[in-house]
Design a protein around this ligand. Structure first.
Ligand SMILES: Cc1ncc(COP(=O)(O)O)c(C=O)c1O
Ligand SMILES: [Zn+2]
Length: 504
């Protein structure tokens, strides 16, 4: 594809198509040790703490004016090169060492930002948007991180640094769907295996890695048990770990913040970003993304961040209940059943990242700017259904976000002159089982949810009073019978919908 380079302003042209640059390295969050990225690495070999990726030449990016970066990204929107259509629109900030040829693009990122319906806005009491991450290729936000992690593996394969990669992950359902999809795209170079807590992912989520051809292992227990097993596997066998422990996942998910900045025309004043927390990878990436754009002068303000947890899986919320930093102690919790099942995690792998990044975020903001709220299971379900009954397509975790916004508003953490952006982290369809249980009034007692009769919606079978007037695939009705059937059924529907005949 030939670019019409002369259509772009002269000062943008040299930056339009990025070339590999910079020097990425892993830095341990525990002991600050540094490691090169030419090897698959997930935790510090010295102290076992999680890692973050840094660019040794990050300061070079600050030599370009923030307003020039804005223009580069705005013009890059027009570029038709597939590798630059997803998260790598922000190549210099997302993975500057990756050549375009190694980038995997399956359509992830740049998800629609949809204004809340007028009814919803009025009900909640402020302007807000849903960012529809369910419109990613595997129908959740995890795809941004997978595009990054698999592009980095492809880069190592292309350089003959690794071969015969076995990708493994533990999952509450969405990580495995995403990992299996990206791995299968790179088949036969990569094979994948996913570990799921038995009966703790929805039928739709289970079908995804199966459909992508991954080996699927179901393990008794909860996600935290699966996570321990993949950690053991990755420490003792030559496998690539695709959980958010993998720092490339976090790096790729930073695109979420860049997309919001760009979609709101780089104006972060009075913006509030609301996100559900499970393993705490997403909130870590979001804080880091905004911090990087802020330090580069691409945005001149950091938006408020609100992390939301269910009362049935709230270790991060519990940690921050202690106002005095020095007195905070992290204690994993035993989770209870949650309809926000994808975020039902008692011992978040990225907790150390949250602690470091939230502190830096507040410091850079010059005030407390990261908050954590806890919501009930009832509120999660009721707000998810309310959102979807008003034109949205959010999963239960997106319902958790909205419940969190409502809670934050009631607590005075958010005011009516602010604008919130909520992550609908997955597509509603993935979690339709919970909607089904709610509508059928069959939610098991441990969830502590009582369906609101006004929200229940069930199909109604409309039949003829005459048992002979029942068409089937095998037995079609004769013309006159069909006429009677149509008239009777139409009459019954009209009555139910309180319609009066237009011929009367
Ligand atoms: C749909 C959905 N929402 C929210 C989360 C929580 O995100 P994180 O684990 O990055 O905190 C997950 C996964 O864990 C998820 O699949
Ligand atoms: Zn270390």
């Amino acid at each position: 594809m030939k670019m019409k380079n002369d259509l772009f302003p002269e000062h943008i042209r040299p930056h339009l198509i990025p070339r590999p640059k910079g020097e990425l390295f892993y830095r341990c969050l525990g002991c600050d040790a540094e490691y090169p990225v030419e090897k698959l690495l997930y935790v510090c070999p010295e102290c076992n703490a999680v890692l973050m990726l840094h660019n040794r030449n990050q300061a070079d990016l600050h030599k370009i004016e923030g307003s020039t970066w804005q223009q580069i990204f705005d013009y890059r929107r027009m570029v038709k090169i597939p590798a630059l259509k997803g998260i790598y629109r922000y190549h210099e900030f997302i993975g500057p060492v990756i050549p375009l040829e190694s980038i995997i693009y399956l359509g992830e990122g740049h998800t629609p930002v949809v204004a809340a319906s007028q009814f919803l806005k009025e009900k909640v009491g402020l302007d807000f948007f849903y960012k529809n991450d369910g419109q990613n290729p595997s129908a959740s936000f995890k795809d941004r991180g997978m595009a990054s992690a698999f592009s980095s593996i492809k880069y190592l394969i292309d350089q003959n640094l690794v071969s015969d990669v076995i990708a493994v992950c533990a999952s509450t359902g969405d990580t495995s769907a995403a990992a299996a999809l990206y791995a299968s795209y790179l088949g036969p170079l990569i094979r994948s295996a996913v570990l799921l807590p038995h009966k703790k992912v929805t039928v739709q989520q289970l079908s995804q890695p199966l459909g992508s051809g991954a080996r699927v292992f179901e393990i008794p227990g909860v996600f935290d048990d699966c996570m321990k097993i993949v950690e053991h596997l990755s420490s003792n066998y030559p496998v690539a770990l695709l959980n958010s422990k993998n720092a490339w996942r976090i790096l790729g998910q930073e695109s979420y913040s860049y997309e919001i900045a760009q979609d709101f025309d780089w104006d972060m004043a009075h913006k509030v970003v609301v996100v559900p927390i499970g393993n705490a990878g997403n909130i870590s990436a979001i804080m880091n993304g905004f911090l990087k754009f802020f330090k580069a002068g691409i945005i001149d303000q950091l938006p408020k961040i609100i992390g939301v947890q269910s009362e049935h899986a709230d270790p991060v919320y519990q940690y921050y209940l202690e106002p005095v930093e020095a007195k905070r102690v992290f204690t994993p919790v035993n989770t209870k059943p949650s309809v926000a099942q994808a975020a039902m995690i008692g011992n978040p792998v990225s907790m150390p990242r949250v602690v470091v990044l939230a502190k830096e975020y507040n410091q850079e903001s010059g005030q407390d700017n990261v908050f954590f709220v806890q919501v009930t299971e009832q509120a999660i379900m009721d707000w998810q259904l309310t959102a979807n009954q008003n034109g949205h397509i959010t999963c239960t975790q997106g319902g958790e976000c909205l419940a969190g916004l409502v809670k934050a508003r009631a607590m005075g953490l958010v005011s009516s002159n602010e604008t919130a952006v909520l992550d609908a982290t997955a597509h509603a369809i993935k979690f339709s089982e919970f909607q089904d249980l709610y509508f059928k009034n069959q939610i098991p007692a441990p969830y502590h949810i009582t369906p609101d009769p006004d929200r229940i919606n069930l199909p109604e079978l409309i039949t003829s009073d005459n048992p002979n007037l029942s068409p089937s695939q095998e037995k079609r009705l004769a013309k006159s019978e069909l006429g009677q059937f149509i008239q009777e059924i139409s009459g019954k529907i009209a009555q139910k919908m309180h319609l009066t005949s237009s011929s009367e």
